[in-house]
Design a protein around this ligand. Sequence first.
Ligand SMILES: [Zn+2]
Length: 308
Amino acid sequence: MWLALLSNDTQSASHKSVSRYSYGCLSVLFMFLNINLGAEPVYPDSQELWVQQVEDRIKKINSGEFDQFEIHGFKRFSPADKDKLKQWVKVGVNATRDTLGVYPSRLIFHLVPKKSNQPVPWAYTRRDNPQRIYLHVDSRFQLEKFINDWTIYHEISHLAIPYLGGNYAWLAEGFASFMQYQVMENAGVLNGTIDENYQKKIAPHLKWFKSDLPPASIARRLMSQKQYPSAYWGSAYFFVVANNILTSEHQTSLTKLIRQYQLCCNAPHGDVAQLMSDLDILLGEPVFSKLLARFETQAARTIYPSEF
Ligand SMILES: [Zn+2]
């Protein structure tokens, strides 16, 4: 049934039909999973084929034109700045989709003028319905400065997984922080290697994790104390570990898994257990649930290296 559904899709399918398609796959996936839940974590060959079909579809979509996003707030900018900002958002959307796949809903941006010493001094996502990305921008900066700035890639990355609630804000920020560099590297706009970038960002915050407390408690405390760089980059280490497990033991990567996740399972709201479970099911093994359990219960000093 799902094969027929896939073969009916055409390359020129609109984003809307992609959404219908993914919901179709969602129900098929869950039918499929109901059969397998509780069984051995070995999935039939057809799942491999399904994953390949989804990947092929993403490539086709990514090679086409992207216009499935909208931008608000242009009337507060000059026509020249409007063109520049539009180009920038388009680059950001294309780069993020190329790395993290097609989003199940339209991306909505709000631009707000803000004089600063950097192109994007402030940004955030609102996870209500519809979800929105707010970008405060100083339009005096050149297009290249905007494209080289990490903020837009970080904000769009947030929407690749559901809103996880305040108790897991640390994990959501760790995810977006990890992903911003994956997107930038893939788009060829990252300065230095990706490992150098993670090292530079994570190493200064390891001191907080030389502790008998679990990393989740430490990260929550850092968030509540507004120590955001420490909370974000300390939490990004969760995804560094996850990605290492995926590449060394599962012949995949976190970005590849998220591209599959977006097509089957991403929704604006969810909970952390559901997210971990969906990723585990796509992978065929409980890697994420186990890793989160370690971050919730095990002493941080046994998980984090003393140097990175
Ligand atoms: Zn963030």
